[in-house]
Design a binder for this molecule. Structure first.
Ligand code: GLA
Length: 356
């Protein structure tokens, strides 16, 4: 039976309860999401023999989520990815943001949407159980202009889809770029080197040593960034290609082909061993593919697992990094009276083929 259950997962330092919601569908897919950070804590999906595994990195308990961690399963905002120099200008007016990665702004700053307690309401919908999250972000937080009213709804459908619907409105012109930061590992353990990835992208955004886009949209053809046909993630990740060397693997935004806000396929990920497959659909113009390059075994995650380099893959649908400072990128400005709306679906299935 499709259902949603609720329990207390832990407490914030100020004593407020952190709730954990379990969304389940009739096919045994189960997503657990907590109100802190709107975080996807676990996602259980069957393999080709019907054996379930948790396919996202994270922790069994609440406490380590409060400590420093690399955005396991988090909602990211107000602005996902980097803003160079932690500053930008709107309509001639300069704004200074908190700098939390050297001199740059990363993932919404010191207290981004990953570190706040969202208001959470479980709901039943025709498509399946939902968790409706909302948050009011005050003007000036992390340096951003505008009081921002945010909503993010997770829906687990009967088609084994975890859908995220993002919405937002502001009372002053501002910038916005939300994403979801799960580290997927369809095998449930080990590295993602043998996973096959396909991206509907013919170009990507090369970056400087601080991982800020250069502004150029570079063709993937003939490079380790070509995933126009399924390729294993590990086959070229250690090549001496300069862009891979400076990021320690993939940590780049691909330019999704042929779109202007249309909802379309962005990525397909497949684990030949288990048969688990994941398709990602989105309205967003880009997808940041991050291969867990900063994981180094120092974090002890679920069931004592030490998360080594490349043990999870983030598929972060988003607008391009640093768009507020890049005149050739699609705009991320939100004005009063406009509605910010984005949708991303992570669809799970089982594939009998064993890959190539
Ligand atoms: C994003 C960034 C990475 C890194 C991770 C978190 O995916 O692109 O460079 O900051 O988040 O560790």
């Amino acid at each position: 039976m499709a259902m949603i259950a609720q329990q207390i997962f832990g407490q914030m330092p100020d004593g407020r309860n952190v709730e954990l919601y379990t969304l389940a569908n009739d096919h045994g897919v189960e997503a657990r999401i907590m109100s802190y950070g709107g975080t996807l804590v676990s996602l259980r999906a069957p393999d080709r023999n019907g054996v379930h595994a948790d396919v996202v990195l994270g922790f069994d308990e609440f406490a380590p989520y409060l400590a420093q961690h690399p955005y396991f399963g988090s909602l990211i905002g107000r602005y996902a990815n980097r803003i160079a120099g932690a500053s930008f200008t709107i309509d001639g007016k300069p704004y200074r943001l908190s700098a939390n990665e050297g001199r740059n702004h990363l993932h919404g700053g010191r207290i981004g949407f990953d570190k706040i307690l969202w208001d959470a309401e479980p709901a039943e919908s025709a498509e399946g159980p939902q968790l409706v999250l909302s948050h009011f972000s005050r003007a000036g937080e992390e340096g951003y202009p505008g009081n921002l009213s945010m909503g993010v709804t997770y829906t687990l459908t009967a088609q084994n889809e975890l859908r995220l619907d993002y919405s937002g409105s502001t009372d002053q012109t501002t910038v916005i770029n939300l994403t979801h930061h799960s580290y997927f590992n369809l095998a449930g353990a080990g590295t993602i080197h043998d996973h096959l990835l396909r991206l509907t992208a013919a170009r990507y955004l090369p970056v400087d040593p601080e991982l800020i886009p250069l502004g150029e949209q570079r063709s993937v053809q003939g490079t380790p960034f070509d995933f126009t046909v399924p390729r294993s993630i590990g086959s070229r990740i250690s090549s001496d290609e300069a862009q891979l060397q400076l990021a320690g693997g993939y940590d780049h935004c691909w330019v999704l082909t042929e779109r202007s806000g249309a909802f379309a396929l962005a990525a397909e990920l497949f684990d030949p061993m288990s048969g688990r497959a994941l398709s990602v659909f989105t309205t967003q113009p880009g997808i940041q593919v991050y291969s867990g390059n900063f994981l180094d075994g120092s974090i002890q995650g679920k069931q004592g697992q030490r998360y080594q380099r490349h043990s999870g893959l983030c598929l972060e649908t988003q607008h391009f990094p640093d768009s507020p400072n890049q005149s050739t990128f699609p705009i991320t400005v939100l004005r009063p009276g406009e509605n910010y709306r984005q949708r991303t679906i992570y669809r799970f299935k089982v594939d009998q083929q064993t890959g190539q």
